[in-house]
Design a protein around this ligand. Structure first.
Ligand code: GRG
Length: 318
């Protein structure tokens, strides 16, 4: 991509991701119409596409930094990373669909629209989430359809990275801790302190955000050192994202958030503002962004949009 501003990069990446998601998601006769429609209702409901944007930006940054083993045009690197970007957005969307169900967060508004189970019923919403989850891994195995052994090896690494992030060690584990902390796991309630809160978020939202950037770096052929640097960068970006999400839940309006505001406090959920106060939370988010940016400088991955994206995660404009 040859964007000259962050806004241009974000728009171009979103167009690329939306076009690819439309191509990759199954339609009838491959699957029943209702499954296709329900999956598409949530996937194309207007999410920010933060995670696939991170995947594409990491791939491009590695390409531009010269810290990769592959040659070729930047567009080639971007197309290598696109299936992983879409796979992660499918997993993210499935997690939101399931999180909104009455058995979990019981929410009726998501991405500014009625939640999937409100429109299609709980059963179809569960199945649409399951369908997106399975399809994400089918896609990773299938695309990019290269016969090259080096690319096949990258695909296998990315499959494992994304599986780990989405599974019991990552997002599923974090969501389970969240249910326990919210008193929704009968007989298994827990109280989280600051480090428990951090662990919950590291698993629930941080793991998939890290996997997003790391997958892009791997698909671009980054060296181990650079994959690790991108991972450290994304760990801080993920934490900043979560802190800001908690702050917005206190300060935001439902129209601005695209979901019900004030849910955390109403559900007595542990949050950064609840534990540290709003001012300290804001400065913790700023510290995370500063650390993420410094990681890029230290690793000499400064050409591209990762630096600007770290700031965007906090400001959330565009
Ligand atoms: C159901 C296994 C399972 C997990 C659910 C991530 C998650 C785990 C639940 C979402 C709950 C939530 C609202 C967490 C706050 C952070 C977050 C993931 C916000 C939504 O992500 P955005 O802001 O959403 O990137 P868009 O709609 O822009 O994609």
């Amino acid at each position: 991509m040859t964007a000259t501003s962050l806004g241009e990069f974000l728009n171009a990446a979103r167009v690329q991701v939306d076009e690819a998601l439309d191509r990759f998601l199954p339609r009838p006769p491959v699957c029943p119409a209702i499954v296709s429609e329900a999956m598409r209702y949530s996937v194309f409901a207007g999410g920010k596409r933060l995670r696939p944007i991170l995947t594409l930006a990491a791939a491009e940054a590695i390409h531009r930094s010269g810290g990769h083993r592959a040659s070729g045009a930047v567009e080639t690197t971007s197309s290598l990373a696109l299936p992983a970007a879409c796979s992660i957005e499918m997993i993210h969307t499935y997690s939101l669909i399931h999180d909104d169900l009455p058995a979990m967060d019981n929410d009726t508004l998501r991405r500014g629209r009625p939640t999937l189970h409100v429109v299609y019923g709980d059963g179809i919403a569960i199945l649409a989430g399951d369908g997106l989850h399975a399809e994400a891994f089918t896609l990773l195995a299938r695309e990019p359809a290269a016969t090259d052994e080096a690319i096949a090896a990258r695909k296998l690494r990315v499959l494992r990275v994304i599986g780990d992030a989405a599974g019991p060690a990552g997002m599923v584990g974090g969501q389970a801790i969240d249910l326990q902390a919210a008193g929704q796991a009968p007989g298994h309630a827990i109280t989280l302190d600051a480090s428990g809160l951090q662990e919950m978020h590291a698993r629930k939202t941080g793991a998939l955000i890290r996997a997003s950037a790391v997958s892009g770096a791997i698909m671009a052929g980054a060296t181990t050192d650079l994959v690790n640097a991108v991972d450290r960068y994304a760990t801080d970006v993920g934490l900043a994202f979560q802190i800001v999400d908690d702050i917005l839940d206190v300060e935001g309006q439902a129209e601005q958030l695209g979901k019900t505001a004030g849910k955390d406090a109403a559900g007595a959920k542990p949050t950064y503002p609840a534990l540290f106060g709003l001012d300290a939370s804001r400065s913790m988010a700023a510290d995370c962004v500063a650390r993420a940016r410094q990681t890029l400088v230290d690793a000499m991955v400064t050409d591209g949009w990762l630096d600007a994206i770290a700031e965007w995660v906090v400001v959330r404009k565009n």
